[in-house]
Design a protein around this ligand. Structure first.
Ligand SMILES: NC(=O)c1ccc[n+]([C@@H]2O[C@H](COP(=O)([O-])OP(=O)(O)OC[C@H]3O[C@@H](n4cnc5c(N)ncnc54)[C@H](OP(=O)(O)O)[C@@H]3O)[C@@H](O)[C@H]2O)c1
Length: 162
């Protein structure tokens, strides 16, 4: 039977994006992202797909959008959360990779969370659009794995549903 998980990287304020882009460049986190998602199915919102600009290799890429005309080579399009939840056949892990809107819609259905804590409070420039990971209740999750990284300001923390 399949299950949903999510992967994210956020700062002290749960910031995940500024003006449609990642607010940082963290090669350690990128490497972890590849290791965790490789050979799995990933699902992303249209804004996150646009910010990446192409399907990610060695993964089945699903993009969520209400835009009926959207098509892209190497991408499976899904138009609602219901269709995503009813994908068939669905074996293994589908990893939700963002952004903020998709995390909010899918958090409830995820039973694993791969979190990178970037232990800084990144400045959001005036007049820019910041996006944040939704508030979540730590009592609903338990720690599954913790790794410090070569950087003191970055921790890898995996949670599963309590
Ligand atoms: N730090 C991290 O780990 C991380 C990870 C991923 C992304 N990000 C950042 O997050 C930002 C993007 O996040 P975002 O919240 O703006 O956008 P998003 O969630 O990536 O995409 C939003 C779009 O996806 C579609 N969508 C989402 N939920 C839907 C639903 N329930 N039904 C139908 N369509 C749905 C809609 O597309 P249509 O408008 O076309 O219908 C919506 O406008 C960027 O800055 C990105 O760099 C950060």
């Amino acid at each position: 039977m399949g299950f949903f998980s999510l992967i994210t990287c956020y700062d002290d304020n749960r910031l995940i994006g500024i003006d449609g882009q990642l607010p940082w460049h963290l090669p350690e986190d990128m490497q972890r992202f590849v290791e965790i998602t490789k050979n799995k199915t990933i699902v992303m919102g249209k804004a996150t797909y646009d910010s990446i600009g192409h399907p990610l290799p060695d993964r089945l890429n699903i993009v969520l959008t209400s835009d009926k005309s959207f098509k892209a080579k190497g991408v499976q399009v899904v138009r609602s959360i219901d269709s995503l939840l009813n994908l068939k056949p669905f074996h293994g892990e589908i990893v939700v990779i963002g952004g903020a809107r998709l995390y909010s819609d899918m958090l409830l259905f995820c039973n694993r969370m791969y979190l990178t804590r970037y232990n800084r409070a990144i400045d959001v420039p005036k007049n820019s659009k910041a996006t944040y990971f939704p508030e979540w209740n730590p009592n609903e999750w338990r720690l599954a794995r913790y790794d410090c990284t070569t950087r003191k300001d970055c921790e890898f923390i995996d949670f599963v549903r309590a």
